[in-house]
Design a protein around this ligand. Structure first.
Ligand code: SF4
Length: 83
């Protein structure tokens, strides 16, 4: 195996071992926008509710999503680990 292939395999393994998390916004959302501001724009308003810019996120972005969830006045944001 060449060094280049070895590096590619190592990168692939590191990406695959990164935990994924699923982000959901429930019907309780009142579209106040607090999660958008608190999460560094990891949520966006879509009509009468917020939605995550990505429904599945790596641990690297999880902290921003958690900040959005903590800012929600009606606890409408659910974060589920997928691994
Ligand atoms: S903070 Fe909660 S209620 Fe407000 S927009 Fe975000 S999910 Fe909806």
């Amino acid at each position: 195996m060449s060094l280049k292939n070895s590096d590619q395999l190592k990168h692939k393994f590191e990406v695959n071992k990164m935990a994924k998390n699923k982000i959901e916004v429930t019907d309780a959302c009142i579209a106040c926008g607090a999660c958008v501001a608190a999460s560094n724009n990891k949520f966006e308003l879509d009509g009468d509710r917020a939605k995550p810019v990505s429904a599945e996120v790596d641990d690297a972005d999880l902290e921003d999503y958690k900040k959005g969830a903590e800012a929600c006045p009606v606890s409408a944001i659910i974060i589920k680990g997928m691994n």
